[in-house]
Design a protein around this ligand. Sequence first.
Ligand SMILES: N=CN[C@@H](CCC(=O)O)C(=O)O
Ligand SMILES: [Zn+2]
Length: 412
Amino acid sequence: MKQLFINIKELLQVRENKVDKLSGTEMKELPTIKNAWLLIEDDKIADYGEMDSLPEINADKTIDAEGKIILPSWCDSHTHIVYAGNRELEFADRINGLSYEEIANRGGGILNSAKTLQETSEEEVYQQSAKRLEEVMKLGTGAVEIKSGYGLTEEGELKMLRVIKKLQKNYELPIKATFLGAHAIPKEYKEKPDAYMDLVIEKILPKVAEENLAEYIDIFCEKGYFSVADTHKLLSAAKKFGLKPKIHVNQFNAIGGIQAGIEHDALSVDHLEVMRPEDIESLKGTSTMPVALPSCSLFLSIPYTPAREMLDSGLPLALATDFNPGSTPSGNMNLVVSLACIKMKMTPEEAINAATINGAYAMELSETHGSITKGKKANFILTKEIPSYTFLPYAFGTNSIESVFINGKMIE
Ligand SMILES: N=CN[C@@H](CCC(=O)O)C(=O)O
Ligand SMILES: [Zn+2]
């Protein structure tokens, strides 16, 4: 099946040669073709060019995209989309003055979601999560990573990962699964946190590997959660099972999580709201992608990742949502791109690069996703009629998307 899009106002992120990631000043450039055509053959991008040189093409369907922009779909490399229930009461508590930390110390936070998850059937968790996944796909997400981490027992963690597996089976977009058993210390283990680490490493991790339920390993390396020593221990154990690290670090405190991640060749280090000069320095020259989650900063009123400083010192950066019930109950990548521009002073070009090609890298998908390149998957966004691509982050809160295509199919 051949679909031809013609009169496209601007085709964004056109990369003739495949790039895996962009760093520093490279991120300032967003290659585009104005007044373009795009040919999709089955699930792949077949060809593109300027309207002036449109060859004779026998297409099954021709779509006139006059006044509209086409760009690769968003690659959201950090989410917790699989969860049960919500935490809107904690939201009200925070408005009334309690901090995220105080709520967690009272047994709220991640432990609250873990209790709900444990009490909810696998089928019900699947239904709730599938609804969220469909919502974010309509908002332009065409590849996504999903973590466990609200189970915190063998049964709960495996339940979450099986739900992710079912989503992978039932939906066409790529979904990468991450095992985050070390997300918080359960109440029963408060006085013996090492015993919980032993459970995660010795019991749950081998099961996850045996059932092939995850590709990546994650840990919340943070004061009051898991230490740098825990991080080393878990990442070393996970390596034996072939799980690569994508870890939560530097959200509230810089305790050395970035350096631990780098030592274990982490694919990404995520959050980074609190960055010391030595953290930026350590990331230089590594293959680890730093990932910023600005909608988490917005929701918790915590600092934003210092993107400007990082990009100006030559680092790459990816943007993701962190969609979860506690710190970011939103999976809207359009908002993330707007916040990156408004709050982190990234240019629209940098933000779009960070949310497409660099997001793909943080899920090992740069070969197939993240840019308009011949042979890559036909996962893209067709906007409504808009004046320019800068309008996308500028008009925050406006839905500028007309339709989303995954593997060449328009999603309903
Ligand atoms: N920081 C750790 N984990 C999640 C929040 C989890 C929660 O509050 O439920 C995050 O990435 O923000
Ligand atoms: Zn997270």
